[in-house]
Design a protein around this ligand. Sequence first.
Ligand code: PA5
Length: 451
Amino acid sequence: MIKLDTTKVAPFVSAETINALEPRVTEAQKALEAGTCPGNDFLGWLHLPTSITPEFLAEIQATANVLRQECEAVVVAGIGGSYLGAKAVIEALSNSFQWLISSPRGGQEGANPTILFAGNNIGEDYLSELTAYLRTKKFGVINISKSGTTTETALAFRLLKKQCEEQRGKDVARKVIVAITDAKRGAARTCADKEGYKSFVIPDNVGGRFSVLTPVGLLPIAVAGFDIETLVRGAQDMEKACGADVPMAENPAAQYAATRFALYEAGKKIEILANYQPKLHFMAEWWKQLYGESEGKDKKGIYPASVDLTTDLHSMGQWIQDGERTIFETVLSVLEPEHTLLFPSDEENLDGLNFLAGKRVDEVNKMAELGTQLAHVDGGVPNIRIAMDRLDAYHLGQLIYFFERACGIHCQLLGVNAFNQPGVEAYKKNMFALLGKPGYEKETEAIKARL
Ligand code: PA5
């Protein structure tokens, strides 16, 4: 099980202060279970892991197998919650140099297709370069949008659908385009039904940023060749470990939520999620969306930031050590890397590092982590540590559910609705007004007057 260590918070907020939050945490847990919290029509994620059946996973895997057999590359089109979970898990589990490895690509027995992402930006160069790359590839598309109307994703899907049909013919395109969307509403659903695409439903009661354990995350992860059954098993075990019946002292999500809240109340308004494994970069991006979009409202909420260490010790490290003391740090630590590599000895020893020769590279990394933790605590930065035995599907499943559950609890301590995102509409309204979308005539006039 992943382990939470909050002992390095003690110099800043006492254990008594955190423990005193237990009644409020219990109340929050009960409200989640009873469905009496704000946004209670979006609580489908709460018992999602334990409700996933082997038959459902088999259906996802069967669809993934079709894409794996038919495609050298699969483009996952989606943004926000319809993108980051799959991206995070695939990055965490993939070889760091998957792009350059010239082993057989998808479309052949046992080979993994290249997974690409689109629909998460409006970069003309990005889309041009992506479509150019795909010109010589047998590719498929997973179109993911709960609303089915998101501009970024719809734009990418228009381009990719047309190109796929032109390159592979309509019949094959129908086989290698999959939709993951609402059961009834939205353009993605209408298109999937009209074209006869294989489709999966994003349940009404699961919001985008809580949807990684639905087909939104599971299908791309399975197409990439990773074990979704084990990922879900990890989440199921964590669902049990974080349940409302587990007392706060033994409940990692309750502990994390209470500790964050106590730190926030003590003036620590920014949380930096730090990792020491580059493969976790996108896990932090997923976490930022989960927490940022869930709790940043009503002029409240911890600002979720992230750093990749030790890389960023040579940039943001200065700020963390010495800048304004409004931050705390949460470190994601992987106890055992997948590979073993020893620090090499060098006859000349010009860099003076022969004292490390023969040690595992990970030992150096771990001492960097420990040294940094102590330095940051000395510098006034409270530290939470989340340790996972290995960076594998099982532990990632645990981590996902742990963060989701803690987020649900923390938002209630803050007094915000975790499950809406009213702030996201503001940019869309302005963008459509500026682009002259039909129905936005008044807004267009008003915004042009401001320019
Ligand atoms: O968490 C959320 O609800 C959002 O980030 C959405 O996932 C994101 O806006 C994409 O929405 P959709 O899936 O409707 O295209």
